[in-house]
Each structure stands twice: as structure tokens, then as C-alpha cells.
Design a protein around this ligand. Structure first.
Ligand code: DAH
Length: 365
């Protein structure tokens, strides 16, 4: 029902409006009719809009019927005013409470059944978290290598000295182990200092050809500062087959760098040393922040080191029971945390471990 219809009906049915020249004693029957018209009009409203139209009609402070009766009080002879005023107040109270009663009733029922309730509206969602930047980087690296034929292999974080050092050709008490000072758990067990033991564990289980990536957490007795953490992520790569050479290493890692950092990314390999590779090389990419010109992030060199790599040492293959005359291969190890710092331009590695949602929500997906 529209407002217009309602207004016409009320006026014609009840003649609630006060005639222009009413007699003083006509005030009372008119106001009684106003009350009953208003009360039934409010009770009949079955939506907030209809109720509001009725409110304006009866209680509106510019044109409402009640206002007419208020103004009419002034036209009454002084001796009739007191009683008429009392009737007016009574009408105002009754109409107001009839309106409020209906308003509350509509508010209560509209919550359950009201026509305005749109059950198809999507609920508001709170942020339920996202992937950590280091996880995002690992996922992306794994996706790139997966296309090149690599699968994921995992190993234990609590490792034996033999897998962590001996099998990887670290001579006993060799100074290279100083860089890997770690947490010893007793009885020859320690927290692994790198993901390289997964190379040997995998080769013992699966015969070549093999191409794996091994992401995981590693531990070192390092201070927690802007560029070190005592526990951090590493990602190992290993490819073993017949006839694999350094060319495969360079080509595969350069392809990876171009996929990850952009197709025009320049790379370079520098000679290095690891007990488990020979020859060994560090791989650098052109600094992502200054484009190779030199800045504080790359210490003025224009290059950023992203991983260690090399041809797998024959004694590692032999430790895993693989014939090193027949098979060769290459390996690499990188820190996804460092790569996340390069990617997101982070000045301090601790940002990755603080679990501060103000930071994480800026990069998490
Ligand atoms: N395990 C080395 C480290 O933690 C990283 C590494 C270097 C892994 C060269 C490799 C590699 O597989 O070929 O410092």
C-alpha cells in the first residue's frame, strides 16, 4: 500500500482532520477519532517504510495531524483550553506509544523474516592469515623447478653427525665445520646445519637419474641480528644422472634466475669452496635494488649472492652407494629468507621471524 492510498483512506474514513471553523466542544470527538485512526494506522503498518509514512502523517512536526490539534488549542476560548490541552497531551502520548510499540515489533521480526534481509549477501570476513613470505618464495622456486623435472624430498631436522658432515666429505675437525657450529643433541645427534644431508638420504633410497629439491629448516649457533638467525630456511637442489656436466648446472640455474627475477636478469658464477662439491661456485644475480650500479644493499658491488653450488664430489656419491665412475651431478643450496629479503626489499632478516602482522599482512597472500 502506498502512502497516498493510506493518506486518502484515513482522511475519508475517519475525517480525522479538524474542520476550519470547529466549535470548541467539537475538539473532543475529533481528537478521539484522531487517536483511533492513528493507533490502527500504526498497527497496520507492516514495514518500516509504511510505519514511517504513518508517523509523518500523524506525528510529523511540520504537517502532522497532531500538529493541527496543537495549533487549534490557541483558537479555543481560554476557559476551554485547559481541558482541551489535557486531551491533546493524552492523544500525543497514545499515538507516540502506538508508534513505538509497532516500531519495536517490526525491528524484532525483521531480523528473522523481514523482507529486507538479504540472505545471499556475502558475509564479512576477517583476515584469516596468509602464507609467510618465506613460504611464498619456496613455493615459487619449487614451481619453477618442478617444470624442469624436479620433485620435492624432505629429511629430518634432527640429524646424525655422519649425514650432516661425514657423508658430505667434511674431514673430521676440518675448519669448514666452524661455519656450521650447531646445537648438539647428544649421542651423535645434532640439529642439521644445512639441507645437504637430504642429498645422501635420497640417493640411498632412490637410484639415479634423480632430480630433487629439499626445502627445510636448518640451525646454526649464530647470533640473531639483521642478517643472521639461529634457525632459518634452506632449499637444496640435486641432479644426478649419467653424463651431467657443469654446463647443465649453469644452464639450469640461469634459467631459474631468469624465471624468478625476470628474463633480462644477469647472473655470474664465482669460484668457491664446499667440501661436498668440486668444483664449487657461488652464483650472483645483478642487484635487484640498484640494477648493478652499486648500492648499500649489494655493498657497492652491483651483485647479490643467491646460492652456493657445484659438481657433487665423487666421495659424496660413494658415501651414498652410487658409482661415481658412472654417475655425475650437480647441487645447490640457497636461503629462501635471503631471497625473500631481496624480493621484498627487506632491510632486516628479523622481520621474517617477528610474526608481526603489520608487516606480514603487507606481503602475505
Ligand atoms: N650446504 C651449504 C651451506 O649450507 C650450501 C650449499 C652449497 C649446498 C653448495 C649445496 C652446494 O648443495 O652445492 O652453506
Amino acid at each position: 500500500m502506498t502512502n497516498g492510498l493510506r493518506r486518502r483512506r484515513i482522511i475519508s474514513d475517519t475525517s480525522a482532520m479538524l474542520p476550519e471553523n470547529f466549535q470548541p466542544d467539537e475538539y473532543f470527538p475529533h481528537i478521539a477519532r484522531l487517536i483511533s485512526a492513528g493507533v490502527s494506522s500504526f498497527a497496520a503498518a507492516d514495514s518500516a517504510d509504511q510505519l514511517e509514512a504513518a508517523r509523518i502523517e500523524f506525528l510529523g512536526d511540520k504537517r502532522g495531524y497532531l500538529l493541527e490539534f496543537q495549533k487549534a488549542l490557541g483558537k479555543l476560548p481560554p476557559e476551554a483550553r485547559r481541558e482541551a490541552g489535557r486531551a491533546f497531551n493524552e492523544a500525543k502520548t497514545r499515538l507516540t506509544s502506538a508508534f513505538e510499540e509497532r516500531r519495536d515489533a517490526l525491528a524484532g521480526s525483521s531480523r528473522a523474516t523481514g523482507p529486507k534481509l538479504d540472505l545471499t549477501m556475502p558475509a564479512r570476513e576477517r583476515w584469516r592469515g596468509g602464507k609467510h613470505p618465506v613460504t611464498l618464495v619456496i613455493d615459487e622456486i619449487v614451481a619453477i623447478f618442478r617444470e624442469l623435472g624436479f620433485t620435492v624430498a624432505l629429511g629430518p631436522e634432527s640429524e646424525s653427525e655422519w649425514y650432516n658432515f661425514g657423508s658430505l666429505n667434511f674431514p673430521a675437525d676440518h675448519p669448514a665445520m666452524d661455519l656450521h657450529d650447531t646445537f648438539y643433541l647428544g649421542e651423535g645427534a645434532l640439529l642439521r646445519t644445512h639441507t645437504s644431508p637430504v642429498q645422501v638420504r635420497t640417493l640411498q633410497k632412490y637410484p639415479p637419474p634423480i632430480r630433487i629439491l629439499a626445502p627445510g629448516t636448518v640451525f646454526r649457533r649464530d647470533p640473531f641480528d639483521a642478517s643472521h638467525a639461529p634457525a632459518f630456511a634452506q632449499l637444496e637442489g640435486l641432479a644426478i644422472d649419467e653424463g651431467i656436466s657443469f654446463v647443465d648446472l649453469k644452464a639450469t640455474l640461469t634459467t631459474f634466475a631468469r624465471r624468478f627475477f625476470g628474463s633480462s636478469t644477469k647472473t655470474r658464477f664465482r669460484p668457491s669452496y664446499f667440501p661436498f662439491t668440486e668444483p664449487s661456485a657461488e652464483m650472483d644475480v645483478e642487484c635487484r635494488l640498484c640494477g648493478g650500479v652499486g648500492c648499500s644493499a649489494c655493498k657497492g658491488t652491483g651483485w647479490m649472492e643467491i646460492m652456493g653450488s657445484g659438481m657433487v664430489h665423487p666421495s659424496v656419491l660413494e658415501a651414498a652407494g652410487i658409482d661415481s665412475e658412472r654417475y655425475t651431478g650437480w647441487a645447490f643450496g640457497m636461503g629462501p629468507g635471503r631471497i625473500a629479503m631481496l624480493r621484498y626489499g627487506l632491510p632486516d632478516i628479523r622481520l621474517l621471524y617477528d610474526s608481526d602482522v603489520r608487516f606480514l599482512s603487507q606481503v602475505a597472500e
